[in-house]
Design a binder for this molecule. Sequence first.
Ligand SMILES: *[C@@H]1O[C@H](CO)[C@@H](O)[C@H](O)[C@H]1NC(C)=O
Ligand SMILES: *[C@@H]1O[C@H](CO)[C@@H](O)[C@H](O)[C@H]1NC(C)=O
Ligand SMILES: *[C@@H]1O[C@H](CO)[C@@H](O)[C@H](O)[C@H]1NC(C)=O
Ligand SMILES: *[C@@H]1O[C@H](CO)[C@@H](O)[C@H](O)[C@H]1NC(C)=O
Ligand SMILES: *[C@@H]1O[C@H](CO)[C@@H](O)[C@H](O)[C@H]1NC(C)=O
Ligand SMILES: *[C@@H]1O[C@H](CO)[C@@H](O)[C@H](O)[C@H]1NC(C)=O
Length: 416
Amino acid sequence: MRLSLAKLLALSCLYEVSQGSPVPLGNEYQLQPYNIDLSSRVPRMLDLIKGTKLPAQPVYINTGTSAGISLSLLESFQTEWQTIFDWNREQEEMNKFNHYTAVIEGLKIHFIHERSEAEDAIPLLLVHGWPGSFLEFVPVINELTQNATTATGQNVSFHVVVASLPGFAFSSSPPVNWTVADTARVFNTLLTKVLHYDTYATFGTDWGAGIAYSLYSQFNNTVRALSLDFLPFQPYTPAQLAAENITLSPLEEFEQAEATEWENTGEGYFIEQTTKANTIGLALYDNPVGQLAWIGEKFVNWSDPNAGQSPSVLTHNEILRSVSLYYLSECFASSVVIYQQNANGFSTVYTKANNDAPLLFSAFKYNVGFWPPAVVAKTGNLVLYTNHESGGHFPGLDNPPALLEDLREIATYWSN
Ligand SMILES: *[C@@H]1O[C@H](CO)[C@@H](O)[C@H](O)[C@H]1NC(C)=O
Ligand SMILES: *[C@@H]1O[C@H](CO)[C@@H](O)[C@H](O)[C@H]1NC(C)=O
Ligand SMILES: *[C@@H]1O[C@H](CO)[C@@H](O)[C@H](O)[C@H]1NC(C)=O
Ligand SMILES: *[C@@H]1O[C@H](CO)[C@@H](O)[C@H](O)[C@H]1NC(C)=O
Ligand SMILES: *[C@@H]1O[C@H](CO)[C@@H](O)[C@H](O)[C@H]1NC(C)=O
Ligand SMILES: *[C@@H]1O[C@H](CO)[C@@H](O)[C@H](O)[C@H]1NC(C)=O
C-alpha cells in the first residue's frame, strides 16, 4: 500500500491530536503517546529507603554545609520519603501533561508537548540539565501556553515542548561518543520533522544551555530565538573581567563571588562524573538514599536559600519526586555519562554563534555560574539581559514567575 506524502502528513497530524489511536502507517518517527507508569517499582524503592542505615551520630562534625549534605537533612528526607511522599499521586500529576515518545536516529526520545489555543503561538523547546529533568519546567508549562502579554503589552503564548535528554527519564541512553551537538541535532529533528514547526525558540539551563546554544549555532534557519540562564563557556575570572574593563554592580559582585566559591569548592561531583562516570553511576544505580545525598545536595546547595517559600516551589517533596524519577526510571547511571562524553562542554574559548536571532539572558542571584552582559554578548545577538534578586540554578522551580516573565519577552523580539 502506498500513501502520498500529503496523506502521511495528515495522518501524523491527526495522530498527534487523537491520543490512543493505533500508530498510523508511515509514522516515520514512531510518534506515540506515552503514559508514565513506574508504580510497580515503588515497593522496592521504599524497601531500600527504609533498609538504608545511616550513622546514629554525625561523623564529620561542625562542618556546616561546607562538607556536603548533613546527616540530619538526609535523615529528614529519608523519613519524609517513607511517610509522606506518594509516588502515585506525583505520577498522576505528571500524566496530566501530554507525553509522547518518538524514535530519532535510533534513539527513543521522550517529550511533553502542550499546544496553545492560539495558532500563531511561538513554538518553544525547554531543555533541562543535570540533576534536572522535565520536572524542572512543570510549574511553567501550562502558563506558557496561555494567552498573556509581554512587559510592553504584546500578546504572547507558546506551543511548549519539553524533551528529556538522552540518558534521562524515558529517553534512550546516549550512544558511544554522543555529544551535546548530537542531542541538539536530534531535538531539531523533533521540532521540525516530527512536530512540523518550521521555526522555534529554545531555552536551556545547565547542560540544557549547552544543547540550546548548540541548536542556535547549528540551526540558524530554524532556531529563531534563544533564552539562557547559563552559558556553555567558563565564567570569567576577576582577572579576566578586569583585563576587559568590565565593572560589576553590587548584585553582580555577589553573583561573581558565589560563582568563584562554587568553582573552588563545588565541582567535586563534576570531576567525578567527567572522569569516572561508571563508578558513581553504578555505585548509586540501585541506591535511592545514595542518589538523594548526591542529587539532593545539589538541589539544596544550588538554589535560593529561600527554597520552598514563594516564589520558590522547590520544596523537599519536589526534590524527592525528582530523585524518585531518577531512581524509578533507572536513569542515574546513564544521566552522568553526559559529563564524560562532553569533557570540554564548558569551554574557556568563547565563540560567537552564526545566528542573527535574538539571545535573551536571565541571571539569577544564587545560580552557580555568573556571566555579566558584556561576556554573554560575546556568544550571540544579546538583546535582553535580566538579573533577578531571587532564584538559583533551577529557575523553573526556584523562581517560576521570573522565568515565565523572561520567556514571554521572547515575543518582543520574535520575527520568525
Ligand atoms: C487566546 O488567543 C487566541 C487568538 O490569539 C484565541 O483563539 C483563544 O480563544 C484565546 N484563548 C483564551 C482562553 O482567551
Ligand atoms: C490580544 O489578545 C486579545 C485577547 O485575546 C485580543 O482581543 C487582541 O485583539 C489581541 N491583540 C493583538 C494585537 O493581537
Ligand atoms: C569514541 O571516541 C574514541 C576517542 O576519540 C575513539 O577512540 C573511539 O573509536 C570512538 N568510538 C566509536 C564507537 O566511535
Ligand atoms: C581598559 O582601560 C584601560 C585604561 O583606561 C585602557 O588602557 C585599556 O585599553 C582598556 N582595555 C580594554 C580591553 O578596553
Ligand atoms: C553550598 O556549598 C558551599 C561550599 O561548597 C557552602 O559554603 C555553602 O554554605 C553551601 N550552601 C548551602 C545553602 O548549602
Ligand atoms: C547562518 O550561518 C551561516 C554561516 O554558518 C551564515 O552565512 C548565515 O548568515 C547565517 N544565517 C542567519 C540567519 O543567521
